[in-house]
Design a protein around this ligand. Structure first.
Ligand code: PLP
Length: 856
């Protein structure tokens, strides 16, 4: 390989008049501003497509002629100035955060994710997790939240998919030239790229930092492809979810530990760190190390306080989806770190990687590490919150299921990113500016009723036409690239029907998503799609993970089906599902189908993207749909059943799908009056927009994270670090005292005052308890009666605090409380002692509960 002695970048010579173009290109605000996208398309339509919608690359490649022409085109220049003005206003206007909170200081929150899906030209995402992270940043920007993003800068990113003639998936990795992306290298004081070092076994690994402006938000991407590193280390940040387990731990060290170091080097010292999935959980260790180093706290003190400054969001109910590292690998990378930096024993360190406290740790689980390190933990839909509690129940022995400290915040989508230009303009006309600024306001959405049916339907139909045109183009391209015959090419040009009921299905080809479910009964499917009066068509897309043979087989199977003569024109598979393909699909489909195996879809977000676009959801009651479904706005598959016989489940659920399409979806869609409008369908579209629009968006989601987690966490952190971490040290000492004394807590006596065989509704049932607390006092604990009805076989689930009553001359404490008998039936009760302290988010986070009777 040639070693160059120098490098330089050639930048286009942009006429003075057009300089704002550069500014616009370098802020991803354009990715959710239709006017800006239109501007780039207008500048050079062909190049815009060729560069995969990358304005920076486009400005680098565009001919000087084209630029001069645009500079002399008054209408273009005024279009550009309008967008420039919009960006300026956007960056300067007063936001939700400034109006309502405006805590001092910048960059209070750091959001870490292994992938970010911001726009199609930036291949640093693979699927839902990435798009969610991207949408999180965009809404944080709209809301004005003092947040920064941290991720990795993958040179090859995620793969491009193409299929061979027999339908087998192949992967192509495209090298991204960061210098031609909307990002800039972070420089140090001397104008040189800022470099950060990490200790790796027997060597140092160096990385540089790229910054992307996402509206108001800075996203920092870490890149190990620098000359200081050996060839292997240069590749650490090469691919997303590629390589082996060792690559994985290296990437996660760069992301977590490197991420914190990078922020500090840029003088960004976040109070709250959000780990979006466990990949970034090492960040918690680095935060502890820094507190120890700069403020002289012990490991335990630092860990105790830092717990309140971390947020962990889990995204998978599948244990296989969680990173687990063997202890040997952890030892290799962290041996020095925990012994010399954190100054703890191996036993102490390895216990951080598990939530199972009564067994020696066998490996290091990143989700467990994140849970041990974060006071705020959540799943991504209501159902997933419950599923996560089940999955990790064994880590919370003694704690009633309902009270396991795992919350849920349902995912959303960034409205302006996923909404078509046509529908956006229509909604803007009827809902007004407020709809763009605050899609989480349900008042705004009520005006959907004012949109004339005709207009809504025409707008939607226009998008369906665009989708069909896009699909034909793509398919033709695919056939040409595969070396198809002239007949095949001609056939690809005339697939689908612009008027037919169009059902979309696009997602990763993980087996639990059951992409081939609709193909279970081919005859029935054929009769549905080829009904001459009421035709139905399917558009399918999705990538299988490169190592997932099963997923690839599913794709191949679908390709075989789409070649059957009677299905050929009605069912198409679009290659290379990415944000661009997704956009056409969610904007143009009538129905969005989702049939995962419940409860494995943590949330799912693609179905949310169709809402404002006027599409209707048809899904298993899983993920977000489990809490969204109502009969007047979409369709469900099944009634929340879970099966052990999976064959049987597929049989039942595929039949429900056919049945629902035939008996409900098709009739409503094709029920047209004189004016050809499907009035009942349009009513459902409007219901779906009105009821789901304000809820399933990232504005609502980011506001929820802010209110529930970020601001609470920030307040705790400020309190704890005040007066040179006085409270932190006190709190940590208190915790130690609590652990030391917990086993000394004893229930000496429990008496039922005025015991009576029969109680009437409305009466109180008083209980007095005599309790020994060791060195603890009533200030340290809460004593509760835990009670509920037991006659229906369910667990007790209510509690009431007892009051400490003074009694002299004894070493024990006395408590009194009353059960409110507000219903008939048999009640059961027990007593429990819980930790009590202002700092605690909830009394269960220390894992300490003392029950009056042993809990199994
Ligand atoms: C939205 C989106 C996803 C996530 O969809 P799910 O419903 O969660 O499967 C995946 N990939 C792309 C390209 C997307 O745009």
């Amino acid at each position: 390989m040639i070693n160059y002695v120098g490098r330089f970048n050639v930048v286009p010579s942009i006429p003075e008049k057009l300089l704002p173009l550069k500014k616009i290109a370098y802020n991803l605000f354009w990715t959710w501003n239709q006017d800006a996208i239109e501007l780039f398309r207008r500048l050079d339509k062909k190049l815009w497509e060729e560069t995969h919608h990358n304005p920076v690359l486009m400005l680098g490649k565009i001919s000087q002629d084209r630029l001069s022409f645009a500079a002399n085109d008054d209408s273009f220049v005024s279009h550009m100035n309008r967008v420039d003005e919009q960006l300026k206003i956007y960056l300067e206007e007063k936001t939700w955060y400034q109006k309502n909170y405006n805590i001092e200081g910048k960059n209070i929150i750091a959001y870490f994710s292994a992938e970010f899906g911001l726009t199609e030209c930036l291949q640093i995402y693979s699927g839902g997790l990435g798009v969610l992270s991207g949408d999180h940043l965009k809404s944080a920007s709209d809301l004005g939240l003092p947040l920064v993003g941290v991720g990795l800068c993958y040179k090859e990113g995620y793969f491009q998919q193409y299929l061979s003639n027999d339908g087998w998936q192949h992967e192509r990795y495209e090298i991204t030239d960061f210098y031609n992306q909307p990002m800039n290298l972070v420089k140090d004081k001397n104008g040189e790229p800022l470099k950060i070092q990490l200790d790796f076994p027997n060597r140092t690994v160096t990385f540089q930092i790229w910054k992307i402006d996402v509206g108001r938000i800075g996203l920092y991407l870490l890149d190990t492809n620098v000359p200081e590193n050996n060839d292997e280390d240069k590749k650490i940040t090469r691919t997303l979810y590629g390589g082996n387990i060792e690559t994985r731990i290296q990437q996660e060290i760069v992301l977590g530990i490197g991420g914190i170091r990078a922020l500090h080097a840029m003088n960004i010292k976040p109070y709250v760190c959000h780990m979006n999935e466990g990949h970034s959980a090492f960040l918690a260790l680095e935060r502890i190390r820094l507190i120890m180093k700069y403020y002289n706290l012990t490991f335990n003190e630092a860990k105790d306080v830092n717990f309140y400054s971390n947020v962990f969001t889990t995204h998978t109910p599948v244990p296989a989806g969680i990173d687990i590292f063997p202890n040997e690998l952890i030892e290799k990378y962290f041996g020095f770190y925990y012994r010399n930096e954190l100054q703890i024993s191996d036993k102490q360190f390895y216990s951080l990687g598990t939530i199972i406290k009564d067994k020696p740790p066998v490996n290091f689980n990143m989700a467990h590490l994140a849970m041990n390190m974060a006071g705020y933990v959540n799943g991504v839909s209501k159902l997933h919150g419950v599923v996560s509690k089940k999955m990790w129940q064994s880590g919370f022995p003694q704690i009633p299921f309902d009270e396991i400290p795992i919350d849920s915040i349902t995912n959303g989508v960034h409205q302006q990113t996923h909404l078509s230009k046509d529908m956006n303009e229509l909604l803007y006309r009827y809902l007004g500016e407020r709809f763009r600024r605050n899609p989480a306001d349900d008042e705004v959405w009520k005006s959907v009723d004012e949109i004339p049916d005709e207009e809504l339907w025409r707008t939607h139909e226009r998008r369906r036409e665009r989708l069909v045109a896009f699909a034909r183009n793509r398919l033709t391209q695919q056939v040409i690239e595969r070396g198809g015959s002239a007949t095949e090419i001609a056939a690809a040009r005339e697939v689908l029907d612009v008027q037919a009921l169009t059902i979309g299905f696009a997602r990763r080809f993980a087996t639990y998503k059951r992409a081939t479910l609709i193909f279970r009964d081919l005859d029935r499917l054929a009769s549905i799609v080829s009904n001459p009066d009421y035709p139905v068509q399917f558009i399918i897309a999705g990538k299988a993970h490169p190592q997932d043979e099963e997923g690839k087989k599913l794709i191949q199977e679908i390709i075989q089906y789409t070649k059957e003569p009677h299905l050929r024109k009605k069912i198409v598979f679009l290659e290379n599902y990415d944000m661009n393909v997704a956009r056409y699909m969610v904007e143009g489909c009538d129905v969005w189908l989702n049939n995962p195996r419940r409860p494995l879809e943590a949330s799912g977000t693609s179905g949310m993207k169709v809402i404002a676009n006027g599409g209707l959801n048809f899904s298993i009651m899983d993920g977000w749909w489990d809490e969204a479904y109502q009969p007047d706005l979409g369709w469900k598959i099944g009634n929340r059943e879970e099966y052990t016989n999976l064959e049987y489940q597929d049989e039942i659920e595929s039949r429900i799908i056919y049945e629902t399409i035939e008996k409900e979806i098709v009739p409503i869609f094709y029920n047209r009056g004189e004016d050809k409008l499907p009035r009942s369908w349009i009513t459902m579209m409007k219901n779906s927009m009105k009821k789901l629009g304000p809820v399933f968006n990232t504005h609502r989601m980011v506001e929820e994270y802010s209110r529930k987690f970020y601001f609470a966490s920030y307040d705790k952190r400020m309190g704890l670090q005040k007066n040179n971490w006085k409270h932190a040290k006190e709190f940590s000492a208190w915790k130690t005292k609590l652990y030391e004394n917990w086993n000394r807590i004893k229930f000496i006596n429990i008496t039922e005052e005025g015991k009576n065989d029969e109680f009437k509704v409305g009466m109180k049932y008083p209980i007095i308890a005599e309790i020994e607390l060791g060195d603890l006092t009533p200030d340290d604990v809460e004593v509760q009666i835990y009670f509920g009805k037991v006659d229906n076989g369910s667990n007790a689930n209510k509690f009431v605090n007892m009051e400490n009553i003074p009694k002299k001359g004894k070493e024990h404490y006395y408590y009194r409380g009353e059960i409110d008998c507000n219903a008939t039936g048999q009640f059961g009760y027990t007593l429990r002692v819980l930790p009590k302290h202002d700092i605690l988010i909830n009394p269960f986070e220390l894992g300490l509960v003392k029950w009056a009777a042993e809990v199994k």
